[in-house]
Design a protein around this ligand. Structure first.
Ligand code: GLV
Ligand code: MN
Ligand code: MN
Length: 425
């Protein structure tokens, strides 16, 4: 395969091998509970176990020292010449959403692995350790709470309340971990000492249309939006839909619908890039001729602007109060996530620009509207993200696609960056 832009007779992604990366992505995509309907690989499932075993084998074949940590993250270490120096870490996640694609998260893992393989093939020894990590449960779609793997390496196990979060079938994280053969009491052992990590890099597909539309090779991500996620349970009363007058019924869906419209109207009216979504909805009993007695829904807002996040939180409660009073219902709201917008490292963004220029890759500085583990890690460590194109901007759906050469171009910029970072004092 040839890249369009050649550099001294070498492809723009030299020495990375896009076909080898694609073979890994295809192999991973087979660990899937919904074949033919996108990729579904939820945390602590049979498919997740298969993906972990595959990654361990590939990491080990690449010459890495491999282990699975107490949070189900797969970690491989390429020892550097001076192991006392703070390491470079790079990775992304191996879980997927329901019926998602084969690139979200996985492109970042496979890129890190390919970088290791190329370093070894080129006979290059890094000064520092390079740690590659495949995170568990970044998406948070099973337990409604994202970033479990990075929560583990960040050592955020103080209360362990998170372990009681439940999935759609009422199985808690604690139970799911134990069914997977893990000891949930030991998640504290996954924590990293961030004094021994110099920089963190996450390569990811853009999941939006900008790079594809503008035909740009590499997105250099300078910031990631903040987000808040709530789970709302509205309780009404089941009654006959034909005989119960409007002023005598307690309709949980009527309440939820009013609040959801408020959420999306709020985001539209802010007109500052704020987005609001009620992506999860459960209705009981969900029968045509019964007034709905229960409606559970997720209320998520994302924005680069703290004020928009704060106004959403306040307005959501006011909207719930108003709708519940009108509909004669009660509600409960639980905060699942609250992550502020983060700025990534200017210093590494500058180094990446230089790498792109040296390789003749086109690039664009841009924010990320999607959430990523890197966003949490940025709070404790110099962090950057690198995006590659997503065809038509599609992601979190079965149509998600990125050409292997496009992943390889972004990975090549990361390859150069790893060497530069490793060489620096
Ligand atoms: C993950 O992809 C997220 O942005 O929720
Ligand atoms: Mn992702
Ligand atoms: Mn995702």
């Amino acid at each position: 395969m040839m890249a369009e832009n050649e550099n001294n007779g070498k492809t723009a992604f030299y020495p990375l091998n896009p076909e080898r990366m694609m073979a890994d992505l295809k192999a991973l995509s087979l660990f899937n509970s919904t074949p033919g309907e996108g990729v579904t690989r939820l945390p602590f499932t049979k498919e997740a176990r298969e993906a972990c075993e595959y990654l361990k084998k590939r990491f080990s074949d690449a010459g890495l020292l491999v282990h699975e940590d107490a949070m189900g993250n797969i970690i491989g270490v390429l020892p550097g010449l001076d192991r006392s120096l703070p390491a470079i870490a790079m990775g992304s996640h191996y879980d997927t959403v329901y019926n998602g694609g084969m690139f979200d998260g996985q492109a970042g893992i496979v890129s890190a692995l390919e970088i290791v393989r190329c370093l070894r093939e080129q006979g290059i020894s890094l000064r520092r350790d390079l740690i590659i990590i495949a995170f568990n449960d970044e998406e948070g779609v099973r337990f409604h709470r994202s970033y479990l793997g990075s929560y583990g390496i960040l050592g955020r196990d103080q209360s362990k309340a998170i372990l009681e979060y439940k999935d759609r079938d009422g199985i808690s994280i604690r139970e799911a971990m134990e069914n997977w053969g893990m000891d949930s009491e030991r998640i504290g052992e996954a924590a990293w000492d961030f004094d021994s990590i110099r920089s963190f890099i996450e390569l990811h597909i853009e999941q939006g249309p900008v790079l594809d539309k503008e035909d740009i090779d590499v997105g250099i991500v300078h910031s990631v939006v903040g987000f808040r996620r709530y789970m709302v349970t509205v309780k009404g009363r089941e009654d006959h839909s034909g005989t119960t007058p409007m002023d005598l019924r307690s309709d949980a869906v009527d309440t939820a619908a009013r609040v959801i419209c408020w959420m999306t109207d709020f985001a539209r009216m802010r007109n500052d890039g704020t987005v609001a979504t009620a992506g999860y909805l459960k209705v009981r009993p969900s029968v045509e001729n019964i007034v709905p007695g229960l409606c559970e829904f997720s209320a998520e807002v994302r924005s680069q602007d703290m004020e928009s996040l704060d106004l959403f939180t306040k307005g959501l409660r006011e909207s719930l109060d108003k709708a519940a009073a009108l509909c004669g219902t009660e509600y409960e709201i639980i905060e699942k996530m609250d992550i502020p917008p983060v700025k990534l490292s200017d210093r590494i963004c500058g180094m990446l620009r230089q790498s792109c220029e040296e390789r003749g890759l086109s690039y664009k500085l841009m924010p990320s509207g999607a959430g990523h583990d890197a966003q949490e890690i940025a709070a404790v460590c110099e962090t950057v993200m690198i995006f590659c194109k997503s065809r038509d901007g599609r992601s979190h759906c079965r149509e998600e696609w990125t050409d292997p050469g496009d992943i390889a171009k972004a990975a090549a910029a990361a390859y150069d960056l790893v060497m530069k970072l490793s060489d620096q004092e």
